[in-house]
Design a binder for this molecule. Structure first.
Ligand code: C2E
Ligand code: CA
Ligand code: CA
Ligand code: CA
Length: 275
């Protein structure tokens, strides 16, 4: 909707102006929300596929805007990245996540998402180390989730970053596995501890015969490389059953539990018995 007018300056159509304005408003409000600690964390359980135990919790940031209501992270995380707010947002999340998880000594681990910008920021290892030190949380219980996009930008920097982070004793998961371009080769080139099979593959279970075959192949490959496998977006009993039969290590999704204000230590045993 952008065009160049005769004077050479950019002019915008009215709807575009509105978009720009609301984006800027969101940006300013997000800045305030950060300052006022108006953001919240939620925790979604990750279940051991064999025992049904809660083995981990994924941390998901929430923003309840006083006027606009709930704004999803898929919307404000990119705005935060562009506005240069992501590093402070990310460090707030990390510290609060460690602080909360430290209050749950029985929770084996907690998983925190890192945006591409966070992952590429040189002081990330120090930030992680500080969060662990200040909260007394054990590095071995922290999992950091990154997406493939961080590997594409600068392969060498990404490799160095993975090494520095793993040297701290934290584990790294490759998130949204299968949604990028060359996922399979990345598994050999970079050292991850686990992969998270994206929901879009789980959605294919029972719909196409290929769906199951792809998941089976991914699990086999990952296990051969010594990686743990979590499946995301498990909503149905039959999906959980299939994934468990295929040897998937852990399961996450609305079938077991939605994100909650505090980590949960168990899920309804009936749900586990059923699979
Ligand atoms: P993600 O890391 O892939 O997180 C999983 C998303 O799937 C979450 O959405 C979660 O609520 C949702 N989900 C979990 N189980 C199911 C299910 O069974 N069915 C369906 N339909 N959805 C399910 P959410 O919380 O809206 O987060 C969206 C994305 O925003 C995340 O995707 C992640 O990329 C980003 N994000 C969330 N929190 C943070 C954060 O603290 N830092 C950063 N950098 N990114 C975050
Ligand atoms: Ca994630
Ligand atoms: Ca994911
Ligand atoms: Ca995702």
């Amino acid at each position: 909707a952008k065009r160049i007018d005769r004077g050479g300056a950019l002019s915008y159509k009215p709807h575009m102006e509105r978009e720009v304005r609301s984006r800027r408003e969101i940006e300013n409000d997000l800045r305030l929300a950060l300052a006022e600690e108006a953001l919240r964390l939620e925790f979604q359980p990750i279940i051991d596929a064999r025992t049904g135990e809660v083995v981990s919790s994924e941390v998901l940031v929430r923003w309840y805007h006083p006027v606009r209501g709930e704004i999803p992270p898929s919307q404000f995380v990119p705005i935060a990245e562009e506005a240069g707010l992501m590093l402070s947002l990310g460090s707030w999340v990390l510290k609060r996540a460690c602080e909360t998880a430290a209050r749950y000594p029985d929770l084996k681990s907690v998983a925190v998402n890192l945006s591409p910008m966070q992952f590429m920021s040189a002081n990330l290892p120090e930030l992680v180390r500080n969060a662990l030190m200040e909260t007394g949380f054990d590095a071995g219980r922290l999992v950091l989730e990154v997406t493939e996009s961080v590997l594409i930008r600068d392969a060498d920097a990404a490799r160095d970053m993975l090494t520095s982070l793993r040297d701290l004793g934290v584990r790294i998961a490759l998130d949204d596995f299968g949604t990028g371009y060359s996922s399979l080769s990345y598994l050999r080139q970079y050292r991850f501890d686990k992969i998270k099979i994206d929901k879009c593959f789980v959605d294919e279970i029972g719909i196409t015969s290929d769906g199951l075959a792809i998941i089976a192949a991914v699990i086999a490959l990952a296990h051969n490389l010594g990686l743990e496998v979590t499946a995301e977006g498990v909503e149905k009993k039959f999906q959980a059953e299939a994934l468990r039969t295929l040897g998937c290590d852990s399961l996450q999704g609305f079938y077991f539990g939605r994100p909650q204000p505090e980590p949960v230590m168990t899920v309804d045993p009936k749900l586990i018995e059923a699979i």
